[in-house]
Unconditional design. Structure first.
Length: 253
């Protein structure tokens, strides 16, 4: 009789342990689901707390290895905050060549954000080249955000191309030298890129260099260096946005 009671007690203890293990196993998954469900609303709320929000944020990657998952998170967080233009730059054009991988990661990252229909965005990804511009769309929504994948040919090379075109017009007497002003050059560059100058540029990597990133357009850009884009948390991202928002730009005064 005593033996039966002991065996039954052992059985109950084992069953209770299995039940507790099962509960503990699903708690992290529930917490993750809860976090995902509320991430979009948190990002939007954080954006409203900022004193100012960039219209165009740029990401300059100076690292040997790209994490398309982390780049996608940066893009989706930016768009969810209400930033209309995002540019992603690496000097050699690796991101451009792997734009399909980035698009897939953007789709995955966007799926992790639970949006209301009223705030869902369509993310349009543009891959620029001297010959053509390729456009891919991720998601649907009333609001649209543009992501531009850039490389050296869109930076210094683009400025050189504008200078050559102006020189040809002057040589062909289609334009006067006096007509060439900073404003006219800016207008030509904007026409070729179709996005405004970046308000904020985050640089990632060990080198403090811009590596030809849009040299004409960053005269008034706030530049913040971050050690790496790989594994960058949302908290790290929003911290950079706070630094930008709290910066007083005097525009040379």
């Amino acid at each position: 009789m005593l033996r039966m009671l002991v065996l039954r007690l052992i059985h109950y203890v084992i069953a209770l342990g299995e039940f507790a293990f099962g509960v503990l196993k699903y708690i992290p998954q529930y917490e993750l689901l809860f976090a995902k469900k509320h991430l979009a609303s948190k990002v939007e709320a954080d954006a409203k707390k900022l004193r100012k929000l960039p219209l165009h944020v740029g990401f300059l990657v100076i690292e040997n290895e790209m994490s398309y998952k982390d780049l996608a998170n940066l893009i989706v967080w930016s768009v969810t905050m209400g930033i209309s233009y995002v540019s992603v730059y690496d000097m050699n054009g690796e991101i451009k060549r792997n734009s399909g991988n980035l698009q897939k990661e953007v789709e995955r990252s966007k799926e992790n954000m639970v949006y209301n229909d009223s705030v869902s965005h369509e993310i349009q990804i543009f891959t620029h080249s001297p010959q053509y511009t390729e456009k891919m769309a991720v998601g649907r929504g009333m609001k649209k955000a543009s992501v531009h994948l850039l490389s050296a040919e869109d930076g210094c090379h683009s400025l050189v191309q504008v200078a050559r075109n102006l020189s040809r017009k002057v040589a062909a007497q289609q334009s006067l030298v006096s007509d060439i002003t900073p404003a006219s050059v800016t207008a030509l560059i904007h026409d070729s890129h179709q996005f405004p100058d970046p308000d904020l540029l985050l640089t990632f990597g060990p080198t403090l260099s811009l590596l030809g990133y849009l040299p004409w357009q960053i005269r008034l850009t706030e530049i913040i260096h971050v050690a790496s884009h790989k594994g960058l948390s949302y908290e790290g991202f929003i911290s950079s946005l706070h630094s930008y928002a709290n910066t007083l730009q005097r525009f040379g005064k």
